[in-house]
Design a protein around this ligand. Structure first.
Ligand code: SF4
Length: 450
């Protein structure tokens, strides 16, 4: 899970990029980076921490140029060291190529072996570095960027939504299955590319469309040229972008995230009755699903769990100890709302179950008479290999426990998940989505078993 942004043709590209990255901070809080082309070369700044902490006004002032790319990172391939932070680069005889990418590649070992045989030595262990090194390698052989990107698409497997700068041009492309999102828009003559449309909104731009799966956009001072290099229908968009990752104010895969979550909540409510007095979300990613749930059930929607916005998502904590600590820092129930009441609690998903157990324990401590937990997605039983850091299969609670065992573990009076059929009914084109972590049907062969 990462965020990418690209700005073309703005006199203060780094400052506009900052705004875009800020809007994409929820996609990765481990480190962030930026590269800006000054007309001769690309200057790269990357560090550990949040966008706000790294890109102080003095740093942005040094990043002069009209074109730039940026990244917010949550590590899924490679450790969280600066060597693995993006942007990444590869040298060619005609200059340096610089890239940012969101996704994971599945044949990293084989492709790295090939690159080494061609004289490219990776300096880190990140998939984006392998992508840019592959394009650089093929470019040296082909002397044509479209051919080089096409060969990369044919040989590098997995997910990538990427923006690359080379010789004053910007190259924007997406894997043939379109697993991760990538939006395009503009503000006047400035071209904007971003993982989510909310970044385009933040910059005051106009959203145009998604970069199509398998498409390459070549952005130069002459305009935007598009080439379809490797489309593979049906697509396999990540359904968890709609369930959890993306901001609700974004349009992802052509559909409003807020609207999809609302529909998932409605469908969840229609699948099993709770008899609850009111419904409360586990904020923020479940807010819209809980609204749909309340409307469908005809019960009040209450903000009975308050979330602190000053720490990251608990899902992102790197050790169990940190995750344990973070839950209490992050959530606090409102006693005056829950005490003596039957609460329906809507959450978007359960991964390990430990966070849910703590939150339910806090709601019980606050005096709830009954807790009916409703999950707006089916049980996660399989790990992801396409850009989401799900834990090993043995740590996914739904892979080893039944729904009744999970209910007992998290300590609630009833538990129900949205069915897979129910989830699919909320999507306009379910055949274009990946559900592999739910049904185990991987669209690209996984590299190894997690
Ligand atoms: S396996 Fe799950 S999280 Fe990964 S891309 Fe598919 S739907 Fe998304």
């Amino acid at each position: 899970m990462c965020g990418v942004c690209g700005i073309f043709n703005h006199e203060k590209a780094s400052e506009v990029l900052y705004l875009g990255l800020f809007a994409l901070q929820h996609r990765g809080q481990d480190n962030a980076g930026m590269a800006v082309w000054d007309g001769q070369q690309s200057m790269i700044v990357k560090d550990k921490g949040l966008v706000f902490d790294i890109f102080k006004p003095g740093v942005l002032a040094e990043l002069k140029g009209r074109m730039g790319i940026g990244h917010t990172r949550y590590p899924t391939a490679g450790d969280s060291s600066i060597a693995n932070a993006q942007p990444h680069y590869a040298e060619t005889r005609e200059g340096r190529m610089v890239i940012v990418s969101n996704g994971d590649i599945t044949n990293m070992l084989e492709q790295t072996r090939y690159l080494k045989s061609q004289g490219f030595t990776p300096y880190g262990s990140n998939d984006a570095e392998v992508i840019v090194a592959s394009i650089a390698c093929y470019y040296e052989q082909e002397r044509d960027m479209a051919k080089a990107v096409k060969r990369m698409m044919e040989t590098v497997l997995g997910s990538y939504s990427a923006i690359l700068m080379f010789q004053g041009a910007m190259y924007v492309f997406r894997d043939p299955l379109g697993i991760r999102p990538l939006a395009m828009g503009h503000k006047g003559a400035t071209r904007i590319f971003a993982s989510e449309s909310c970044a385009i909104d933040t910059i005051g731009g106009i959203y145009e469309r998604e970069v199509a799966p398998g498409e390459l956009l070549i952005v130069t001072d002459q305009g935007v040229e598009n080439r379809m290099l490797a489309e593979k229908k049906p697509y396999k968009h990540c359904v968890f972008e709609h369930i959890y990752f993306s901001r609700p104010d974004s349009v992802i895969f052509g559909e409003s995230v807020a609207k999809k979550r609302f529909m998932m909540g409605q469908r969840l409510a229609s699948e099993q009755y709770t008899g609850a007095d009111f419904v409360m979300p586990v904020p923020d990613s479940s807010n819209n699903a809980a609204l749909g749930f309340a409307e469908e059930n005809g019960i009040p929607y209450k903000l009975a769990l308050i979330r602190s916005h000053y720490i990251g998502r608990t899902f992102i904590g790197s050790t169990q100890e940190i995750r344990d600590f973070a839950v209490r820092l992050k959530f606090n129930p409102v006693k005056s709302i829950v005490a003596g009441k039957k609460a329906a609690v809507v959450d978007d998903s359960i991964v390990r179950g430990t966070t849910s157990k703590k939150i339910m324990g806090m709601i019980k401590e606050a005096g709830a008479e009954q807790i009916h937990l409703r999950i707006a997605s089916p049980p996660i039983k399989h790990p992801c290999f396409y850009g989401v850091d799900t834990p090993r299969i043995s740590e996914l609670i739904a892979s080893t426990k039944s729904v009744e065992e999970i209910r007992e573990f998290v300590g609630v009076d009833s538990l129900n998940y949205l069915t897979l059929a129910g989830l699919k009914s909320c999507l306009e084109r379910p055949q274009d989505f990946c559900f592999a972590c739910l049904d185990g049907k991987y669209p690209i062969e996984p590299p190894t078993t997690k």
